[in-house]
Write a protein that binds this ligand. Sequence first.
Ligand code: PMP
Length: 368
Amino acid sequence: MDERLERLNRLPLREDLRGLHPYGAPQLDVPIQLNVNENTHGVPQDVQDAIVEAVRGAAAGLNRYPDREFTELRASLADYLGHGLTVEQLWAANGSNEVLQQVLQAFGGPGRSALGFPPTYSMYPLLASGTGTAYLKGIRAEDYGLSAESAAQQVRELAPSIVFLCSPNNPTGTALGLDVVEAVYEAGEASQTIVIVDEAYAEFAHLGTESALALLPGRPRLIVTRTMSKAFALAGARLGYLAAAPEIVDALRLVRLPYHLSAVTQATALAALHHRASLMAEVEEIKHQRDRIVKELDRMGLRPAASDSNFVFFTGLRDAQRIWRGLLEAGVIVRDVGIPGSLRVTAGTESETTAFLTRLEELLSQEG
Ligand code: PMP
């Protein structure tokens, strides 16, 4: 055991945190970064300019605490989402990770449980353990699909306090039908389960893939989370949000830290929302590269999953680790999500995507 680990183990750490590993996607200085599903197209110039101006405006007032209710931002988010949503139904925090954490703080905790369906977003079990919530691993079909019947049955059996439905799912990229969300919500009636639909990648969905926002009316236990980290190219700004019944928002006010959203964050997010046209144009280009990756991987004899996100999960590799290393040697980092024979790649710019596909094909041909 290394010395630091020994010293950590000597601390009076909570028993349930012993032996855990922190969230660990490598942050390597590699020219082509396609490993954490960021927006690879950068922040458009008009959005950069608007952010700089908005932050300059906010700077003069930084001696005061920010608007604790971030009302203007919530109104702008409600306007962006549509679906007749009102300010009272919107909430935000520093990334959707913090939004999810607040939901767990309010509705999870000791003696309570959260159900996820692996392979899914790797932060769910960490957020659960951080809040003393038991994490239950649900089961998917062999092709990683999740049917309404199966999901509902598991919710009835396990009666969790919270269920995570990730749609489009990370790492597989595939969206869930709204029938799954409806069935899970109904199945959670007896246990009063809070249903979270994590739509971090919703803007990249194909036409016809519906958002669970449409299901909010009449469903007070349903929460839809979103983020500005992906489509809005603002991973560095940290702004995630949710839409739900106003009483859910009231519950989160009980656990949030006062003034948790800085004035700089609020100004940044508002500026980006006002200039969303150029950001949404980039989303279309990313979807184009995503579809190109699916088509090309298919041509190479691999098995890419159908993707409604800005990344592609693919299987059919003989030695995924060799391919991962080979790509890294060529300056391309993708994600090894720990599923044998599989990797996950974020859609890059046109040239980044070309570099990935070219190098991958070379590596595959070496297998003979
Ligand atoms: N949900 C999913 C499914 C994600 O993949 C991510 C980020 N990778 C998040 C939530 C959190 O994103 P953020 O905290 O940047 O909003």
